[in-house]
Design a binder for this molecule. Structure first.
Ligand SMILES: O=P(O)(O)OC[C@H]1O[C@H](OP(=O)(O)OP(=O)(O)O)[C@H](O)[C@@H]1O
Ligand SMILES: O=c1[nH]c(=O)c2nc[nH]c2[nH]1
Length: 192
């Protein structure tokens, strides 16, 4: 998606440790018009698929998934929670995921009420790096007997390999911008 690549080039900064900072529009301050156009791009890519639910993960995927849902007949958006809460009752599907930015393991939990065997799920997230978050969401879908129809990602860091491993397993991963290389010294960002 050219618009997203241009925003990354103009507003993104490259940090040490393979971190691309795009918090001016993607995952701190949120450009909802951009999110809406990202949703339209995924709707075009996944047009042939019957999607009954969008699943994402706290925190940064939530806003993007909600904007995208409007392009998928307003299907429900479910987000996996990264902490137990008194607000989480009843039976749950749960796994653990290593968080890229927080550098620690989190539980990842969805109530059994909101993920069902008949669901055809589109996974949405802001970033795909090593693929840990998506592996967690896929595990939850497998536990529920739900079908993963596709994966929509805003920014994939292709050099970290998570996306290509999922594609090799047959998942339809649509990343709107794939960063092939980035250099914290020069700030240079190249796309696939
Ligand atoms: O492919 P991976 O290596 O799993 O990296 C991608 C994940 O990392 C971020 O989550 P993180 O927990 O770092 O931050 P967030 O709470 O802002 O979503 C991002 O939102 C993705 O969920
Ligand atoms: O803001 C972010 N920048 C990143 O490089 C990244 N990788 C995973 N998750 C991420 N979030």
């Amino acid at each position: 998606m050219k618009e997203l690549e241009e925003r990354i080039q103009s507003e993104g900064t490259v940090k040490a440790g393979n971190v691309l900072k795009v918090d001016a529009f993607l995952n701190h301050q949120c450009d909802v018009r951009l999110f809406d156009r990202m949703g339209a791009a995924w709707a075009e890519h996944f047009a042939g698929k019957h999607i009954t639910k969008i699943l994402t993960i706290e925190a940064s995927g939530i806003g993007i998934a909600c904007c995208a849902a409007q392009h998928f007949d307003n299907v429900p958006v479910v987000f996996a929670k990264k902490a137990q809460s008194i607000n989480l009752d009843g039976e749950q599907y749960s796994t653990t995921v290593y968080s890229f930015t927080k550098q620690k393991e989190f539980p990842v939990i969805v109530s059994k009420k909101y993920l069902n065997p008949g669901d055809h799920v589109l996974l949405i997230d802001d970033f795909l790096a090593n693929g840990k978050a998506l592996r967690g969401l896929i595990d939850l879908c497998k536990a529920a007997g739900a079908t993963v129809e596709g994966i929509g990602i805003a920014v994939e860091k292709g050099f970290q390999g998570g996306g290509d491993a999922l594609r090799a397993e047959g998942y339809d991963v649509d990343s709107l911008a794939i960063v092939e290389s980035m250099d914290p010294e020069t700030g240079r960002i190249e796309f696939r």
